[in-house]
Ligand binder design. Structure first.
Ligand code: NAD
Length: 469
C-alpha cells in the first residue's frame, strides 16, 4: 500500500492558493443563485460542442478510441447529464416539505438542499472525459465549487478538459489541476467539503484515508471482477453479441465490463463459438486493422495483460503487437478459479470462460468473493433471474445484457464494498453533492408544556399520547 508523499513545493503552493480562492468564492453565495448555475452549465454545453473535434482527436491520440465510441460513451452522456440538470435543478434546489409528526404539532418540516462547498473530483483514464465532467456537472448543478483532477495517463484528453473548463469558468469556481500521483497527493492534503474519486480500489483506500483526516465525505467509484453468468436457456445468439460488445468496447478497459464468463456446462462450447463469431463480425479477421478497436493505455497495463494470455487455452484472438500496445479480443478457455487471470480485475480485452452446472452452488461460491461493481445474468427463467438478483451483492446489474444499466440516469451508478460507495448520474448526482438540512419550523402560538421539567406525573400522559399517535 502506497502512503502519502511530500508534494512538489510549486504544485503544493498553487493548490493551496486555488483551494483558498474556491473557498472564498463559495462564501460569496454566488453559487446559490440557480440562474448562475444554469448559465454556467449552458456555457459548458456550448464549449463541449465547440471543441467536439478536438475531443475526438484527443481520445484518438490517447488510446485510439474511435469517433463513434467517443461520442456514444463520452460526449452524449455528458450532454444528456447537462440537459437533465438544466431541466430539473430549479426544482431540486428548492426546500422540500416533508410529512410532519403529531409530536411536533404545530409545525412544518422541510429538507433544505445545501451544496457541500468546495469539491474535489479525481478521474480515471478509461473514459477520461465523462468520468471527470459527469460528476463535475452534478457538483456544479448542486452549487459547489469544483477542482477537477483528470488522469495523467490520458494526457491529451486531460489537456482538452483543462482548455474547456478554463474557457467557461472562473478558476475560483471550477478549475482543472493536471498531474499524477504527486499532484493528487498534494490535493489530498487540503481540506475539501466532499471528494469524488473514480479509480482503482487500492488508490480508493488512499483517498479514503486522506479524507478521514478532516472527516470529508467521499464517493468512491472503484472497480472489481464483474461476473457474467450464462445459463442453459439463454438465447445464445443475442447473449454472445451483447457480451462481446460489453467486454471489448474500449478494448475491455471498462470498469463495468464483464470480467469473466460463467457458462453453463450444456452451452459452454456453443457460447464460445458464437462469441468468437461476433468478435470477427465486429472487428474483422484482423482486429488490428479495425478503426473501431482501441489500444491498451500504456506499457505497464500492456505487460500486465500480456501475462494473462498464458492463464488458459486461447480459443480466439491472442495476437499482440507491443509497438502499438495492441492486444486482440481474446477468449480464454480451460480457466480455473486459481488461474492468474482470475485473481485481479482484468481491465483489458481478455475474456476467461469457466464452466458451471448448478446455479445455486455457483451463487454460493460467488458470495464469498469481493462485491463486484456489476453482475450480468443471461437466461429466460424469471425465478432464476430473481434468485441471482436477490442472493448476490453488487453495484448494479443487467438481466440479458451487459453495461447498459449505466446508461439510465434514473438509476444510480456506483459500487458496494470493494467496488465503491455512493452513486451518481441524474438526480443521484445532485444528491451526491448536496447536504440535506433537516428543518422544523414552529409558530409561537402554542407551546405544549408536556416536554418541560418537572416531569412528575407526566410519564403516563406521554405514554397515552404516543399510543394515541
Ligand atoms: P487509478 O486508481 O490508478 O487512478 C485514478 C486516479 O488516481 C488518477 O487520477 C491518478 O492520477 C490518481 N492516482 C493514482 N495513483 C495514486 C496515488 N498513489 N495517490 C493518489 N492518487 C493517485 O485508476 P486508473 O488506472 O485510472 O483506472 C482504472 C481503475 O479504475 C479500474 O480499477 C477501474 O475498474 C476503475 N474505474 C472505476 C470506474 C467507476 O465508475 N466505478 C470507472 C472507471 C474506472
Amino acid at each position: 500500500m502506497e502512503t502519502l508523499q511530500e508534494p512538489l513545493l510549486e504544485t503544493a503552493n498553487h493548490i493551496v492558493e486555488i483551494v483558498a480562492r474556491q473557498k472564498a468564492f463559495f462564501k460569496t453565495y454566488k453559487t446559490l443563485d440557480i440562474s448562475f448555475r444554469l448559465q454556467k452549465l449552458k456555457d459548458l454545453q456550448k464549449a463541449i460542442l465547440r471543441h467536439e473535434e478536438a475531443i475526438f482527436q484527443a481520445l484518438e491520440k490517447d488510446f485510439r478510441k474511435s469517433t463513434f465510441e467517443t461520442f456514444a460513451t463520452e460526449i452524449a452522456l455528458i450532454l444528456d447529464e447537462i440537459k437533465i440538470m438544466l431541466e430539473n435543478v430549479k426544482l431540486w434546489a428548492k426546500p422540500q416539505a416533508v410529512r410532519g409528526s403529531w409530536l411536533l404539532f404545530p409545525s412544518a418540516s422541510y429538507l433544505y438542499p445545501e451544496p457541500y462547498g468546495t469539491v474535489l473530483v479525481i478521474g480515471a483514464w478509461n473514459y477520461p472525459l465523462q468520468l471527470t465532467l459527469l460528476p463535475a456537472i452534478g457538483a456544479i448543478a448542486a452549487g459547489n465549487t469544483v477542482i477537477i483532477k483528470p488522469s495523467e495517463l490520458s494526457a491529451n484528453t486531460s489537456a482538452i478538459i483543462k482548455t474547456i473548463v478554463a474557457e467557461v469558468f472562473d478558476p475560483a469556481h471550477v478549475c482543472v489541476i493536471e498531474g499524477g500521483v504527486n499532484e493528487t497527493q498534494a490535493l489530498l492534503k487540503e481540506r475539501f467539503d466532499k471528494i469524488f474519486f473514480t479509480g482503482s480500489t487500492a488508490v480508493g483506500k488512499i483517498v479514503a484515508k486522506a479524507a478521514a483526516e478532516y472527516l470529508t465525505p467521499v464517493t468512491l467509484e472503484l472497480g472489481g471482477k464483474s461476473p457474467c453468468i450464462v445459463d442453459e436457456d439463454a438465447d445464445l445468439e443475442v447473449t454472445a453479441r451483447r457480451i462481446v460488445w460489453g467486454k471489448f468496447v474500449n478494448a475491455g478497459q471498462t470498469c463495468v465490463a464483464p470480467d469473466y464468463v460463467l457458462a453453463h456446462r450444456k452451452i459452454r462450447s456453443m457460447l464460445i463459438l458464437k462469441m468468437s463469431k461476433y468478435i470477427t463480425e465486429f472487428y474483422g479477421e484482423n482486429p488490428q486493422n479495425s478503426p473501431d478497436y482501441p489500444r491498451i493505455i500504456n506499457q505497464r497495463h500492456f505487460e500486465r495483460l500480456k501475462k494473462y494470455l498464458s492463464s488458459g487455452k486461447i480459443v480466439k484472438g491472442g495476437q499482440i503487437d507491443e509497438q502499438e500496445r495492441f492486444i486482440a479480443p481474446t477468449i480464454l478457455d480451460d480457466v480455473t478459479w486459481e488461474s492468474e487471470v482470475m485473481q485481479e480485475e482484468i481491465f483489458g480485452p481478455i475474456l476467461p470462460v469457466i464452466e458451471f452446472s448448478d446455479l445455486e452452488k455457483l451463487i454460493e461460491e460467488l458470495q464469498y468473493k469481493e462485491k463486484p461493481l456489476a453482475c450480468y445474468y443471461f437466461g429466460k427463467t424469471e425465478n432464476k433471474q430473481e434468485y441471482v438478483l436477490e442472493h448476490l451483492a453488487f453495484g448494479g446489474a443487467c438481466i440479458n445484457d451487459t453495461v447498459m444499466h449505466t446508461a439510465n440516469p434514473n438509476l444510480p451508478f456506483g459500487g458496494v464494498g470493494n467496488s465503491g460507495q455512493g452513486g451518481y448520474h441524474g438526480k443521484f448526482s445532485f444528491d451526491t453533492f448536496t447536504h440535506y438540512k433537516s428543518v422544523v419550523k414552529k409558530p409561537f402560538w402554542l407551546d405544549v408544556p408536556l416536554r418541560y421539567p418537572p416531569y412528575k406525573g407526566k410519564l403516563n400522559l406521554l405514554r397515552s399520547v404516543i399510543k394515541w399517535i
